[in-house]
Design a protein around this ligand. Structure first.
Ligand SMILES: [Zn+2]
Length: 289
């Protein structure tokens, strides 16, 4: 079994991207794994701080490990948006394959200093672990937002990306290239799409020469994804779209079966609803359609 670095490098050689999907319960995990298994493509499961607090750090680490071992399948686990070294160390010690060490809210010099320290500490725990750093502003929660943030001010500059990667030693960089966390109501309704700055992605890739992750992928224009992957994106994060599908599936099941109380008769509808979204995104990222 290849480690996650090798999986991302293979994706880079093949000009495809690895799908990263956040989970906060077993419905989401089952849906992500089933879709990846069906398409036979590697997949990364993400659990942010809030998601880890709900799931349990060791609990989710062991669930993903069991799937990987039982099915001999390339499923990996990322500690998404981790804001302190203590939380990062906890996830690395529990067996996570990757950590997003996100100090993008701090001034850049402080972000560099603390991220460099974190890279050293985390590699001491697991030399194979991938540490991802973030600069620029891609907004906060994977939720439905009322108003569009002004993304223009927080875009990542290619020269700054190179300096940051060289100074910190991160394995992966999460740039701000028109992407944002969460979705606007018009995006949930399918009326508008996020658009990406493809030229900036290509410039960052050519300058910083590092693996690149696209955060906040929910609601992005399909052609922009394809162009972004061709320009150098190696992993794409989807969360909000899964949360929307989770809620819709659950509501549909409860309406259809108003007197049912057996969870395993209700929840498969939610699994299927989420799985459809994961399958569609994995096909796109892996050039399968
Ligand atoms: Zn993110």
């Amino acid at each position: 079994m290849h480690n996650l670095r090798r999986v991302l490098e293979c994706a880079q050689e093949r000009r495809v991207a690895v799908g990263h999907f956040n989970v906060s319960d077993l419905v989401l995990l089952k849906a992500v794994f089933a879709a990846a298994q069906e398409l036979n493509v590697p997949v990364v499961v993400g659990a942010s701080k809030g998601e880890r607090d709900f799931l349990g750090v060791h609990e989710i680490a062991n669930l993903v490990r069991i799937l990987r071992e039982k099915f001999d399948f390339p499923i990996f686990l990322n500690a998404d948006h981790t804001h302190s070294l203590a939380d990062a160390i906890e996830a690395a010690s529990a067996g996570f394959d990757a950590i997003v060490f996100d100090l993008s809210a701090l001034p850049i010099a402080e972000n560099v200093r603390q991220t460099k320290e974190a890279v050293e500490a985390l590699k001491n725990i697991n030399p194979d672990i991938l540490v991802e750093g973030e600069i620029g502003d891609i907004g906060t929660g994977s939720e439905i937002h009322e108003a569009a943030p002004d993304l223009a001010k927080g875009l990542t500059a290619p020269a700054e990306a190179k300096e940051y990667v060289d100074a910190t030693g991160v394995d992966v960089l999460a740039p701000a290239v028109g992407n944002m966390h969460g979705m606007l109501k018009s995006m949930v309704a399918g009326q508008t799409k996020k658009r990406l700055d493809i030229e900036r992605i290509a410039q960052i890739k050519n300058t910083a020469r590092v693996l690149l992750t696209l955060h906040g992928g929910s609601g992005t224009h399909d052609q922009d994804f394809k162009n972004a992957i061709a320009a150098g994106i190696n992993m794409v994060h989807i969360n909000t779209e899964l949360r929307v599908a989770w809620r819709r599936g659950l509501e549909e099941a409860l309406v259809k079966q108003p007197t049912e109380v057996v969870p395993y008769k209700i929840l498969p509808v939610a699994v299927e609803s989420v799985k459809q979204v994961v399958r569609s995104r994995l096909k796109l990222f892996n050039n399968q359609q």
